[in-house]
Design a protein around this ligand. Structure first.
Ligand code: PSU
Ligand code: MN
Length: 303
């Protein structure tokens, strides 16, 4: 399958410049308009400031795009009922039927890997949902991390998830999880989670050394770099837990299931924190994009 490239990404590929993939489900489903569009553009700027080139990924009218023009981003941001939330398994359907949608972590990892992009920034990955023993909801993101050779920079897994189980699955899948400047697994809105990580990297140079070793034949899939969210906007872990418990009750009451779960819970927590979680989300997205940019530069352009 041929991908389409934005002008900026096409030029970067030509010149062998370092690229950073960005997901767009966070634009199409994760954040409200117009914050989603602003966040996307700020992430792109953060990547550029580090000397790398951003490549937002999406499917537009059945074509897989690597790098988006602002009008394409705007279309995803403005939303609409026909916009799809695209995990890896949805990609063939979206392409076959000429559909448009934002890519989640799984689909973004897949497309980035195929385009030769080794670094990808997102907010928080999907993982094992709470109550998984009953409903078995495990995000495709976990499968994608184990399969595609991409370094995923995030603020941990979204705290609406069961974090210990998410980390167990990542261990089973042999995905390295590395705290950036921290030994504690961040929990998306919060810098803490009470979960101690085995591995730590302190800066982009250290992270790049780990990525190089991994892609040099040690293991097959990706890696996760967990960056704590910025202090100024991060929320206390205990407070977030209370809001999530209420949000989960509400989801159960309304019969929210499957793909709708993550966007519903994120919106519900934002409502319950009067937008403070939204601010934290925006800040951590940009912070992760910044670190991903530095990592891509440390890794160098050509593979
Ligand atoms: N991070 C955010 N907001 C989001 C997401 C991540 O800050 O909306 C998206 C990602 O695209 C992730 C998806 O892959 O949520 C996970 O959805 P699910 O749990 O349905 O797999
Ligand atoms: Mn799911």
């Amino acid at each position: 399958m041929n991908f389409r490239f934005s002008e900026e990404v096409a030029a970067a590929r030509e010149a062998g410049k370092p690229l950073v993939a960005l997901e767009t489900s966070v634009v199409a489903q994760g954040l409200p308009y117009p914050h989603n569009l602003e966040a996307a553009r700020e992430c792109e700027e953060a990547v550029r400031r580090e000397g790398a080139v951003p490549a937002a990924i999406a499917v537009i009218d059945g074509e897989v795009w690597v790098g988006l023009e602002v009008e394409q981003l705007r279309r995803l941001a403005e939303g609409g009922p026909r916009l799809m939330k695209l995990g890896s398994r949805d990609l063939p359907v979206a392409v076959a039927f000429g559909r448009t949608g934002g890519t989640t972590v799984s689909a973004t990892c897949e497309i980035a890997a195929r385009a030769g992009i080794r670094v990808f920034a997102t907010g928080g990955i999907g993982g094992v949902h709470r109550g998984a023993a009953e409903h078995f909801d495990l995000s495709q993101d976990l499968w994608a991390l184990s399969k595609f050779p991409v370094a995923v920079v995030c603020a941990g897994a979204k705290s609406i998830l069961d974090l210990p189980k998410t980390l167990e699955v990542l261990e089973t899948a042999a995905v390295p999880v590395i705290g950036v400047g921290t030994r504690e697994f961040p929990s998306f809105y919060s810098r803490t989670s009470g979960i101690v990580l085995e591995h730590q990297g302190d800066d982009a140079a250290g992270a790049a050394a780990i990525v190089r070793a991994r892609f040099d034949g040690l293991g097959q899939g990706g890696l996760m770099f967990a960056v704590p969210p910025p202090e100024e906007t991060a929320l206390p872990h205990a407070e977030v837990e209370l809001h999530i418990a209420r949000a989960l009750e509400e989801a159960a009451k309304q019969g929210i299931k499957g793909k709708a779960t993550t966007p519903f819970l994120l919106a519900e927590v934002a409502r319950r924190t009067s937008g403070r979680s939204l601010r934290a989300n925006l800040a951590l997205l940009q912070n992760n994009a910044r670190f991903a940019g530095a990592l891509a530069v440390a890794l160098g352009g050509a593979r």
